[in-house]
Ligand binder design. Structure first.
Ligand code: SF4
Length: 230
């Protein structure tokens, strides 16, 4: 399927899939684009999607971006999930180690220039892995951030050059937690310690009551996204 054909198909399907369940969207996605992958951050939304994928299409590749800066709880969540589902998460690493980054850019690139740090440890690895696929699935939700408010359930991702599925785009945080409880899904224990959104340890803090759920990401900095989603 060339780009024009994909754009036409997406235009038609975007409307139809808007009212479909996440499982129906995943089913259509994997049947239409067998060369598809899921990007897992081990956050609440993504553990839901791993659980759904295991029920609908367990052979679908699931990868994670290992920045080397994740919380130990995040790595433990990965290991518990891998055991539970018998799933091998594909680890995607930056081209330079933490030591090489410190040598080249100094001790605290994440605080001096977080965009550069994310470019090295997240965006380049994501670009590299997505170049191998025709479509990807994400766990983004529209109400997470203004930058995500217009996400469609299926859209063409011009930034990375492939089809993008956001099966739970219209879910609320409550929907996510209802699914986790109803299906006994493994989740990152940091969520129980006031971390609604979890990224690298250096750039994530717990939020205070009444704060925006993403206020703990790059706190004190204007940055709100890694650069993975438009
Ligand atoms: S979230 Fe922070 S530590 Fe992680 S890659 Fe981005 S700037 Fe670096």
């Amino acid at each position: 399927m060339n780009l024009l054909e994909k754009e036409d198909l997406i235009k038609v399907k975007a409307e139809e899939l808007e009212s479909a369940s996440p499982e129906e969207i995943i089913r259509w996605a994997v049947e239409t684009f067998p060369n598809i992958t899921f990007a897992c951050s081990f956050g609440a939304e993504d553990v839901v999607l791993v659980d759904m994928l295991q029920k609908v299409s367990p052979s679908t590749d699931v990868f994670y971006l290992d920045t080397d800066f994740h919380f130990k709880e995040t790595y433990e969540t990965r290991d518990v999930m891998a055991d539970k589902y018998g799933l091998e998460f594909v680890r995607v690493s930056p081209q330079i180690s933490v030591d090489e980054q410190i040598q080249q850019y100094g001790d605290n690139l994440w605080s001096v220039d977080p965009n550069q740090c994310c470019a090295i440890r997240k965006v380049e690895p994501l670009t590299r892995i997505l170049s191998q696929y025709e479509a990807w699935i994400t766990g983004i939700r529209r109400d997470q951030a203004p930058t995500r408010a217009n996400s469609k359930k299926v859209e063409y991702d011009y930034k990375f050059g492939l089809v993008k599925f956001n099966p739970i785009a219209d879910w609320t945080s409550e929907d996510v937690w209802n699914y986790i409880r109803a299906n006994n899904v493994v989740y990152n224990p940091l969520h129980d310690r006031n971390f609604p959104s979890i990224g690298c340890e250096q750039c994530t803090r717990a939020v205070m009551p009444g704060e925006d759920p993403r206020a703990g990401r790059w706190s004190g900095n204007e940055k709100t996204e890694c650069g993975l989603h438009k």
